[in-house]
Every structure is written in structure tokens, then in C-alpha cells.
Design a protein around this ligand. Structure first.
Ligand code: PGA
Length: 255
């Protein structure tokens, strides 16, 4: 049963890249390349400034829209922030929450990830909750402890129904942007551990339905072997999502 009921999700995290015109050029090319893709959910996550134009560009396509972050409050005196209702309004279906770069550079914590997750869910946005250990943590044998705190902290207080709207992205920090991908076995080990955590916290049935993406130097060449792992249900792609051809090739390689 496992693996057969989960549709793989390939998401492109564009990070701090692409002006509006560059973003539209990318999705215009991408749309044509993935028009026939089936059995895979395709997502792009542009910067806030390009969301509206990309939303228009992909309106009649099989590509979904995500934001790269969200604030936990809906409105008010929070200068510089963007809320879940605003993201819904611009056409987002998903939002990336707790990316390691936000944890590292912008003070994101398990608590803020949890608040943002709840805000997203309250407005029918699907959170892509990012978890992952740093190199020193892996070398110190702390991978499972870190993953456990990221996962349980991020989803604290969610009902099973809410959890079913969430995606988890396992992104070992040492693999992000380094060209050093986790081996399929390393990814599978942590994905299986995450599914075990969800089984304990909810049930095997709930856990078996949650999509767990891998992220960290995913490229067309390594996609198939990662996705072949029983608990790897897609990819969160940074660098290789910035070119239509390489991102489309990744989509192709999961089918
Ligand atoms: P990368 O980034 O594919 O460039 O390693 C992945 C991510 O940070 O989501």
C-alpha cells in the first residue's frame, strides 16, 4: 500500500532569484515542457514580487504556486510581512515554511514554524514544512534528535486532518546548494524515521498518506534513484529549478 497512494511532489524553490519578467519567462518555458506530465504534482515558489505574474502565467496549466514564507498573523502592524490570506488571494496553493536558510539567517524557530503552519492551514494553504540537520549535527550523531524536534515542533497541536494537508521536506543542510546530495540510503533512513514519528504521533494510516520530499542538490541525474526509495515522495529543488529544462527533466524522471 505504501508508496502507491502518494502522488510525488516536485517543487522548485527559486529562493532570492528572478525578476518578474525572468520569472514569467521561466514558467512560460516550463509550462510547455511539462504539459503532458501526469502522476506528479508540480509546484514553483517564486519571490513574493513575482507571485502575481507567475500566478497569471500558470493559471491554465498543471503547475501550482507556492510562496517561500508566510507570516503567522493575518493582518495588522507587522511591517514587511505577507500573510496567508494574501498568499491565497494571489493564487498560492502551498507555502514553504521553515526552510533552513530562514532558520539560519532569519531567526526561524520550531515555534514560529508551528505558528506559520497553523496560519497557512487556517487559510487553506498547504504548508511544506522543512526539516534537516546541519553537518556538525550529523557528525555528532544528532540527526534523529534534530529531525524529531523540527518535525514534532513544526506540527505541534495539529489534528490528523490538518496534518494530511501538510508536506514535509527533509533537507539536510549540508546537501543544500553544495552539490553534495544525500545518498538514496541516507535519505530513505531519515524519511523512514520521519514516517515513524508521524505513525507514533497519529497513526500508520495517517503517516502513510503524508508526502515527504527530499531536498538538497537534487538534479536530473540523481532524481530517479532518490524517488525510487519507498519513503521519498518527491523533491524540493533549488538550483536546478532555475532553468526550465533541468526542472522539467526532474519532473520527467519521477514519472
Ligand atoms: P538546492 O536547494 O537544490 O540548490 O540544493 C534546495 C533547497 O534549498 O530547497
Amino acid at each position: 500500500m505504501e508508496g502507491t497512494m502518494r502522488t510525488p511532489i516536485i517543487a522548485g524553490n527559486w529562493k532570492l532569484n528572478k525578476t518578474i519578467s525572468e520569472a514569467v519567462a521561466l514558467t512560460t518555458a516550463l509550462k510547455a515542457l511539462v504539459v503532458d506530465a501526469t502522476g506528479v504534482e508540480i509546484i514553483v515558489a517564486p519571490s513574493f514580487t513575482a507571485l502575481a505574474a507567475v500566478s497569471d502565467s500558470i493559471a491554465a496549466s498543471n503547475i501550482h504556486l507556492a510562496a517561500q514564507d508566510v507570516y503567522s498573523e493575518d493582518s495588522g502592524a507587522f511591517t514587511g510581512e505577507v500573510s496567508a490570506p494574501m498568499l491565497k488571494d494571489v493564487g498560492c496553493d502551498y507555502v514553504i515554511i521553515g526552510h533552513s536558510e530562514r532558520r539560519q539567517f532569519f531567526g526561524e524557530t520550531n515555534e514560529s514554524v508551528n505558528q506559520k503552519t497553523k496560519a497557512a492551514l487556517a487559510h487553506d494553504l498547504k504548508p511544506i514544512i522543512c526539516v534537516g540537520e546541519q553537518l556538525e549535527e550529523r557528525e555528532a550523531g544528532q540527526t534523529e534528535a534534530v529531525i524529531k524536534s523540527h518535525v514534532t515542533g513544526g506540527i505541534a497541536g495539529l489534528s490528523a486532518a490538518d496534518l494530511l494537508s501538510c508536506v514535509i521536506a527533509y533537507e539536510p543542510v549540508w546537501a543544500i546548494g553544495t552539490g553534495k546530495t544525500a545518498t538514496p540510503a541516507q535519505a530513505q533512513e531519515v524519511h523512514n524515521f520521519i514516517r515513524g514519528l508521524l505513525t507514533k504521533a497519529y497513526s500508520a494510516e495517517v503517516a502513510s498518506q503524508i508526502c515527504i520530499q527530499y531536498g538538497g542538490s537534487v538534479k536530473p541525474e540523481n532524481t530517479a534513484e532518490l524517488i525510487a526509495q519507498p519513503d521519498v515522495d518527491g523533491a524540493l529543488v533549488g538550483g536546478a529549478s532555475l532553468e526550465a529544462e533541468s526542472f522539467a527533466q526532474i519532473v520527467q524522471n519521477v514519472q
